[in-house]
Design a protein around this ligand. Structure first.
Ligand code: AMP
Ligand code: ZN
Length: 116
């Protein structure tokens, strides 16, 4: 999907409403519109990249910083000790709906393993 039709790019550009919980020059985090847990936050790069399978060596440090942002939000939301899950869906079998790379930060309830 191109950047032009991308819902998450619109959120980054503040052309689509969202509840932003963190933002810096590179990363935005906001509440998921259809939360699957008491805490369900999208952590995304401002740079439009579709999916994990498009990542290259150049993106390694970005991925690290996305995970660190998720970890910091988990602490702020009080789920650090109880636990949380960070999920990245890639392509259709994983159920990827939005083709702008995102981490799901999920917590506040117990999750099953293996995932459905
Ligand atoms: P995925 O299946 O990994 O692509 O997940 C996409 C996520 O984006 C889903 O959990 C959706 O609920 C969420 N989502 C889609 N549109 C919006 C939006 N406008 N604001 C916030 N979250 C959204
Ligand atoms: Zn995008």
């Amino acid at each position: 999907m191109e950047k032009e039709g991308c819902i998450f790019c619109k959120i980054i550009e503040k052309k689509n409403p969202s509840k932003i919980v963190f933002e810096n020059g590179e990363i935005v985090a906001f509440d998921d519109i259809r939360p699957q847990a008491p805490v369900h936050i999208m952590v995304i790069p401002k740079y439009h990249i579709e999916k994990v399978s498009d990542l290259t060596d150049e993106n390694i440090s970005l991925i690290g910083r996305l995970v660190l942002v998720a970890k910091n939000i988990a602490k702020e939301k009080g789920i650090q000790e109880s636990g949380y899950r960070i999920v990245i869906n890639c392509n259709k079998d994983a159920g990827q709906e939005v083709y702008h790379l995102h981490l799901h930060l999920l917590g506040g309830r117990k999750f099953v393993w293996p995932p459905g």
